[in-house]
Design a protein around this ligand. Structure first.
Ligand SMILES: *[C@@H]1O[C@H](CO)[C@@H](O)[C@H](O)[C@H]1NC(C)=O
Ligand SMILES: *[C@@H]1O[C@H](CO)[C@@H](O)[C@H](O)[C@H]1NC(C)=O
Ligand SMILES: *[C@@H]1O[C@H](CO)[C@@H](O)[C@H](O)[C@H]1NC(C)=O
Ligand SMILES: *[C@@H]1O[C@H](CO)[C@@H](O)[C@H](O)[C@H]1NC(C)=O
Length: 409
């Protein structure tokens, strides 16, 4: 959230100021509207109260219907029933690749497509996502999972500082985290469980740089953890491919990075393009690696099933239906995309039965620091690459519709 992109910072800040003004204005109406309902607050003060009794006790859950499935709340809601299509494929795997898909996605820029990206780089990456695990988020097919799948998505918002929500978060079946997901030292507030880690290579590396001082010195790893790549750039396809092959990134911005611990240090992925440049890189792997030892990100198990790739069409669908920002038609249009947190929360909403959102932007965000792990209180800044006020409105409305439960205080 809010990672700035170089020189654009100034105009973005101006826009940001305008954005928060709109948000504040919006929320003063909302507070009035919600005023008389305070009596009902107690029943929505925890996700368990909101969704009803927890149905994940392994012994009984098989026979329990999911009484508070978000799909039911979607069906009942006049606006959201027309926005949600819970059959939309969330992930892109090799078996979905066709010439038709190539032709269609070539017309859109990343993260919505492949315009300007090398056919060879895309196909060589997707061909590695050829197992059944690449087609779905959960280890077994969704239809075979009994009972309610309860997911928590943990954003990094300052609202979690001092929240003591750790146990509640960990009580969910699956926990999604993203970007600078610092856990050590914040266990009481954010829990420790992590099933999915979502990122773009850009946000992951920025997080490692910006938050190393608060302990985010490595990307979360674990036997059961799965990584969700957001394909915002060719870098994401290159890193994903190298991660599965267990080799260094052969070219581009992340050249020389070793996504997983590799064997011999000379191991370099055969470059997916045939440009003269990459031939040179292949011929001289030692000289291509300069400076500090390249980072390893994802731990020793680099089997393809460990990595998931969001479908560019899913990201387009989310933008068109849920997060169609006014920024799209400004000069920042090419920069705009839903935030990593928004993409993870909407991914969970399209794959889980119940979703709780922790650490996401709320109407009173100004009371809290930007991140829960900030040492000093820092205001949340609205940059033009995301539309956090639009996202805040969406979370509020989804909460009111009973489709998700938003942690607020
Ligand atoms: C709501 O909870 C507060 C304390 O958290 C309690 O004082 C109040 O009586 C409760 N109200 C209802 C309607 O249960
Ligand atoms: C929902 O998505 C599926 C898969 O893309 C598609 O086949 C179906 O037509 C869509 N349904 C609606 C109502 O748009
Ligand atoms: C997927 O592709 C790899 C590399 O081409 C191959 O070794 C593997 O057997 C394939 N797996 C499946 C399930 O087709
Ligand atoms: C975190 O919360 C504590 C109190 O629980 C407060 O003293 C501290 O200032 C907060 N940190 C930030 C960065 O807001």
């Amino acid at each position: 959230m809010g990672l700035q992109r170089g020189r654009l910072c100034w105009p973005l800040l101006l826009l940001a100021a305008a954005g928060s003004g709109i948000l504040v204005a919006l929320y003063s109406t909302v507070e009035l509207h919600l005023g008389p309902r305070t009596g009902a607050r107690n029943s929505t003060s925890s996700s368990q109260a909101f969704f009803g009794p927890k149905a994940s006790n392994s012994g009984t859950r098989k026979n329990l219907l999911c009484q508070h499935a978000l799909s039911l709340a979607v069906q009942r809601h006049p606006r959201f029933q027309n926005l949600f299509n819970l059959s939309t494929p969330v992930l892109l795997s090799g078996d979905l690749f066709t010439q038709q898909l190539w032709d269609s996605l070539s017309q859109h820029k990343a993260p919505y497509g492949w315009q300007g990206l090398s056919h060879q780089a895309i196909t060589s990456t997707l061909s590695l996502l050829n197992g059944s695990e690449s087609t779905r988020l959960f280890a077994v097919s969704r239809e075979l999972l009994p009972g309610c799948i309860r997911c928590a998505v943990v954003g990094n918002g300052g609202i979690l500082n001092g929240s003591r929500q750790g146990q509640n978060i960990d009580a969910h079946d699956y926990v999604f985290r993203l970007n600078g997901a610092v856990i050590k030292g914040f266990e009481n507030d954010v829990g420790t469980k992590i099933s999915f880690y979502g990122f773009t290579v850009n946000t992951m590396k920025n997080s490692l740089i910006s938050y190393s001082n608060v302990g985010f010195t490595s990307v979360p790893q674990g036997q059961h953890l799965r990584y969700i790549f957001i394909p915002s750039d060719i870098r994401d396809y290159m890193m994903l491919r190298s991660a599965i092959l267990g080799v260094r990134v052969p070219e581009g911005t992340d050249k020389g990075d070793s996504p997983a611990p590799t064997g011999p240090s000379t191991a370099t992925a055969p470059a997916p393009s045939t440009s003269p440049r990459s031939t040179t890189a292949l011929a001289a792997p030692f000289t291509s690696i300069v400076g500090p030892r390249p980072q390893t990100y994802f731990g020793p198990d680099s089997s393809a099933g460990k990595f998931k790739l969001l479908h560019p069409d899913f990201i387009s669908y989310l933008r068109e239906r849920f997060l169609k920002s006014k920024l799209i038609n400004t000069k920042f249009g090419d920069l705009y995309m839903p935030s990593t947190g928004a993409l993870m929360l909407l991914t969970a909403l399209h794959t889980c039965d119940q979703v709780s959102a922790y650490g996401f932007i709320t109407s009173n965000y100004q009371k809290f620091s930007d991140h829960y792990f900030d040492r000093m209180k820092k205001p949340l800044i609205f940059y033009a690459n995301h539309d956090l006020s639009l996202e805040a409105t969406l979370w509020r409305d989804l909460h009111k519709a009973g489709i998700l439960w938003l942690y607020q205080r």
